[in-house]
Design a protein around this ligand. Structure first.
Ligand code: GUN
Ligand code: ZN
Length: 437
């Protein structure tokens, strides 16, 4: 069967390989001012400098003036919390009780879940995010709805139903046995279907009994290639509560580690108040972290120590953590990550920021063989960025020469207006111009 090749002419920026430290990121950065991306059957065939082409390709889309980067990877987000983003006044534990649990209770209704799944995925695409690791609610139908909608668009999504059996309203609680059975059925239905994957999703230690965590462990043993997605050490009161609930464990992370829930495909959101031995455990088990700057600032949870994650050799990705996070937009999220660094004398470069949002995030999710850059054979997920869309942006970009400065201006002043198009698996699935009609 022959496939049509699509060629796109624009500026391109990506990273040619994963990095062990910030200096290596610079070495792996690739900027092609005038390039052409060839895609066929949903995959990247090649990325060339325009001048290196022997002949003008057929099916050429001329996007000169635009900057194309790999699709953003959001490593931690809650789709059912879309409708409660920006809830006033509380920190984590009160925020969960007052706002989160009531909203999540609505997802027993499959129609509501379907409507919100469609809305959520459109928000991701409108912000240039092509892959995400997503929390559902405790209801299996919440995850059926999300996966069905993602399958239609052919997005690379990892998701799971929340597992929880205490410290939440009765309507959101399940028994460990029910949690096991529902989760198992979802894994069998969705894991590995097209571009979809399953993540075991115990909400966090305080809403889990030992019996529930033992069921999560059993599922992980039965399905060793599924992901594990949870929260860890986000808020000081939460950390103290975990210590009182699990006095026999050595700390918060040890609750998960004891049930063998650490590992290469384990993703822990936040990690703001870790002890030295917990950093060490994350490193030794090759577990990864989702750094969620807007959420951490919004809930007053604390400052993530990015420098420490490099020193400890722990992979990290960026999470928006909507709805504790305040935007779906990765450019804005990177701007907030920069400010979190500033408060700790850590200088987050534009190169490092875009690395975490693309290939680094894919690496944190163990998906870097499929997505994250323009290497031949990768799935063609990318975002077409309009570098300047307002008088202020045009003024500021006009004063910027180097790509680093232009990227930094984007993460400081940019937002969803800068996302011109989003492509998934070689197909344009979102366009700002079409959305404006
Ligand atoms: N910890 C447990 N559940 C949640 C949640 O929904 N959001 C955040 N930010 N932290 C949590
Ligand atoms: Zn979260």
């Amino acid at each position: 069967m022959s496939h049509t090749t699509t060629a796109i002419r624009a500026s391109f920026f990506d990273f040619t390989g994963v990095a062990e430290d910030p200096e290596e990121i610079m070495a792996r950065a690739r900027y092609i001012e005038d390039g052409v991306l060839l895609i066929e059957a949903g995959r990247v065939v090649a990325l060339y400098a325009w001048d290196a082409l022997a002949q003008r390709p057929d099916n050429l889309l001329d996007m000169r003036g635009k900057l194309i980067v790999p699709g953003f990877v959001d490593t931690h987000i809650h789709y059912p919390q879309t409708e409660m983003i920006g809830a006033y006044g509380e920190q984590l534990l009160e925020w969960l009780n007052q706002y989160t649990f009531p909203v999540e209770s609505q997802y027993h209704c499959a129609d509501h879940a379907a409507a919100m799944s469609a809305f959520f995925l459109q928000q991701l695409l409108a912000n240039g995010t092509t892959s995400a690791l997503v929390f559902g609610t405790v209801h299996p139908q919440s995850v059926d709805a999300l996966f069905s909608a993602a399958e239609t668009i052919d997005m690379r999504i990892i998701a799971g139903k929340v597992m929880m059996d205490r410290h939440a309203p009765d309507a959101l609680l399940e028994t460990p046995e029910q949690s096991y059975a529902d989760t198992r059925a979802l894994i069998e239905r969705w894991h590995g279907r097209g571009r979809l994957s399953y993540a075991l999703t115990p909400r966090f230690a305080p809403t889990s009994t030992s019996a529930l965590l033992a069921k999560v462990q059993q599922l992980r043993q039965e399905f060793p290639d599924v992901w594990l997605h949870t929260h860890l050490s986000e808020n000081p009161q939460e950390v103290a509560w975990v210590r009182s609930l699990f006095p026999q464990r050595e700390g918060y992370l040890d609750v998960y580690h004891h049930y063998q829930l650490t590992g290469r495909r384990s993703l822990f959101a936040h990690c703001l108040h870790l002890e030295d031995h917990e950093w060490q455990c994350l490193h030794e088990t090759d577990s990864a972290i989702a750094f969620c700057p807007t959420s951490n600032l919004f809930l007053g949870s604390g400052l993530f120590n990015l420098k420490r994650s490099w020193q400890q050799g722990v992979r990290i990705g960026i999470g928006t953590d909507v709805g504790a996070g305040t935007t779906f937009n990765m450019l804005q999220t990177l701007g907030e990550a920069y400010k979190v660094g500033q408060l700790q004398q850590y200088r987050l470069s534009a190169a490092e920021a875009f690395y975490h949002a693309t290939l680094g995030g894919a690496h944190a999710l163990d998906q870097h063989d499929y997505i994250g850059n323009f290497a031949p054979g990768k799935e063609a997920d990318f975002v077409v960025i309009d570098p300047a869309v307002s008088p202020l942006q045009r003024l500021r970009i006009g004063n910027s020469q180097a790509i680093w400065e232009r990227l930094f201006v984007l993460m400081t002043l940019g937002d969803d207006r800068n996302i011109a198009q989003t492509w998934v698996n070689g197909r344009r699935v979102w366009s700002r111009d079409a959305a404006a009609c």
